[in-house]
Each structure stands twice: as C-alpha cells, then as structure tokens.
Design a protein around this ligand. Structure first.
Ligand SMILES: [Cu+2]
Length: 354
C-alpha cells in the first residue's frame, strides 16, 4: 500500500460520536505507547497594542533514535518548536536571540510580510545577537511554519530541530465553523523524516544521506513512531488535523487505514473553495514544507459536513520540490538512496475503538 512512498500516515474512522481514540503506529509493531505530544503554544506578551513573542535558539539534545541522544537545535528547547498563533490584522513582534554558535535567520514561511522582516538571507544575524522583526498579519486563516533560512545552513538547522508551526486565524464564518481549540479538536501534526546514523548524528545533505548505515525514521511531533505508538483521544466528534511536512526532501502520503476519505478543507495557502473528499493511498500527497488541513467526521454521514461559506478561492496543492513523486510527475531526482525510504506509519483504531 505504501511502496514508493517515503512515509505514510493513515487514519481510521471515528467509532464514537464524542470520544474517539486514534493510534499512530508503525506497522503496529512499536514497543511503547504514549499520547501524541502537542507542541506548546507560545504565549505572547501584550505591549502597546503589539503581541510580543520570544524565541530563544540554542543547542540541546533529543531522542531521535530510541535510547540515543542526538545533538539538536531548538526554539525555546522544543523539538519541534512551539506553535505561534496569530490573527489577521494583529500587530506582531518576535524577539529572537541566537545562541547556536553560528549565524541564522528565522523565516515566516507563507506569511505575507515585507522582505525586510521575512528572515531571508539578507537578515542573517550572528551568534549572541538578537533580531526583532515586527509586522502586521495580513492574510486569511492559514497554517504556516517558521524555520531558519540562512545561506548554506538552512537544511542543517532545520534538520537539527529548528522548525515550528505558525497558525493564522481570522474572523471568517469558515473559521468560526471549524474546530479551533488547539490540542483539543485542532491538532498540529508535524511530520518529519530524519536522516540519522546509529550514533544519533543527524544528516542533512547528499553526502550524509549516502553514508553507510544511515537510518530514516519518521517523527510525528518529535516522536519516533517506529519505536512508539502515539494515541490521541479526540474530545470532539469533529477533529481538525493540521499537517506540516517539515522534512527536508520527503513526501508523505496521508490516508486512513480503513479506506474512508478524509475531508480536506485547506491547503498551505488558504481554505479550499469547498470541502473536498480525498481518498487514501497516493491521492493526497504533499511536497516538503507545504501545510494542509483536513477534518475527519463520523462515518455515519456520507457527505462533507462542512463547506466554508464565502471563503476566498484557493489554489489546489501544487507540487514543488520533493524526492518522490507520483508516476508521471516531473521533479528533481531523488536526493537519497531509493533503497532506504522512510518507513510507513499507520494510524489505526485502538482496541477500545473496535
Ligand atoms: Cu520555508
């Protein structure tokens, strides 16, 4: 089912109207079980009409392989970074300090902000320094992310853990109609395929990917799902999942293990003009970096439960760079050996849900 895919994340039907356990595992063989961790929500301070967020970039360690500490980099010590949630028209300032021991930037991927505050290579700042971009949010609801974008070190720093989700809210009827309680019925799902050697050293370029013995585990919200089964007990019958592919080169296919469709409601750009049922297997795939949102609903209804009233039209997901693509789609060559794909992971019902 997942051959050729670099990773897969499959879902299952809700079996109860109000309380629905979900399990994310890899081939059902993971040794440990724990609840799906939710990246912390970064709380701003309010200062003269501006929401002030603080990000501290420094080195740390994280368990990428079971029982092995990898040297990593993190925003506020979190892998992945904390989620920043802002609102259309909100004035925002982010105070960022660099303790990485090397240059960096922070780019607001997908945000409609002026270039001088968008963290491109021209705004690189050195170790020991701070950068404090300020902007007014100017776009409809979307799921974005933030990550370093400095010359020559972006993939290294992202691979080591510097990546986080950024959610933009708005006052549209569509937004009001959707689940929006962070970590309760509005769930961030950060998918990362990481290249790591058995000693825990993270790899981030062609040379590293081709080293002998390099492994490619799938992390979901920072947890290796080949080692650990993740569970999520939904507190609502409607569940919104925000998928962020924060991998460097890998494509994930998102589907449900029971063959039922997901209801896609947004892409990385905005809401879709109307909710769209997306099938399992290769029908729904994304290149690295894009975000999309879907909801799942109770299986008793066969129609999409929700259509965003009056929302602006958005482009369909557009393939861009990626190491693997559906047959017949042009793209750059695979960036790591085809013999070492990320292993498939599956979201399946827990025994209690059956
Ligand atoms: Cu980006």
């Amino acid at each position: 089912m997942f051959s050729g895919a670099t990773g897969a994340f499959a879902g299952t039907a809700l079996t109860a109207a109000a309380w629905a356990p979900y399990v994310l595992a890899s081939d059902g063989s993971a040794a440990k079980t724990r609840p799906l961790p939710i990246p912390p929500l970064l709380r701003p301070r309010r200062r003269e009409g501006t929401s002030v967020f603080r990000l501290d970039m420094r080195r740390g360690t994280h368990e990428v392989l079971p029982g092995v500490r990898s040297n990593t980099m993190g925003f506020n010590g979190s892998f992945p970074g904390p989620t920043i949630r802002v609102r259309d028209r909100e004035r925002v300032r982010v105070e960022i300090t660099n303790h990485l021991g090397e240059d960096t930037t922070v780019h607001w991927h997908g945000a409609h902000v002026p270039p001088d505050v968008d963290g491109g290579m021209q705004t690189t700042f050195a170790n020991g320094n701070s950068w404090e971009p300020e902007f007014t949010v100017n776009q409809e609801a979307a799921t974005l992310w933030y990550h370093p974008h400095s010359m020559g070190t972006s993939s290294k720093q992202i691979a080591h853990g510097l990546a986080g989700m950024m959610i933009v809210d708005d006052d549209s009827a569509a937004s009001r109609a959707l689940p929006h309680r962070y970590g309760v019925d509005d769930i961030p799902v950060v998918l990362q395929c990481r290249a790591v050697d058995p000693a825990g050293a993270l790899k981030y370029d062609f040379t590293g990917y081709n080293e002998e013995g390099v492994l490619f585990p799938v992390l979901v919200n920072g947890v290796n799902v080949e080692d650990t089964t993740l569970t999520l007990r939904a507190a609502r019958s409607r569940l919104r999942l925000r998928f962020l592919n924060a991998s460097l080169t890998d494509v994930f296919t998102v589907s449900r293990a029971d063959g039922r469709p997901l209801t896609q409601i947004a892409t990385e750009a905005a809401y879709l003009p109307e909710a769209t049922e997306v099938e399992t297997r290769s029908a729904w795939w994304r290149p690295p970096a894009p975000r999309s949102s879907s909801t799942r609903r109770t299986p008793s209804s066969s129609k999409p439960w929700w259509r965003p009233p009056g929302s602006r039209a958005a482009a369909a997901p557009t393939p861009s760079c990626g190491s693997r693509r559906p047959t017949g789609t042009a793209g750059p060559p695979p960036s790591r050996p085809a013999s070492t794909p990320c292993r498939a992971s599956t979201l399946r019902p827990s025994p209690r849900a059956r």
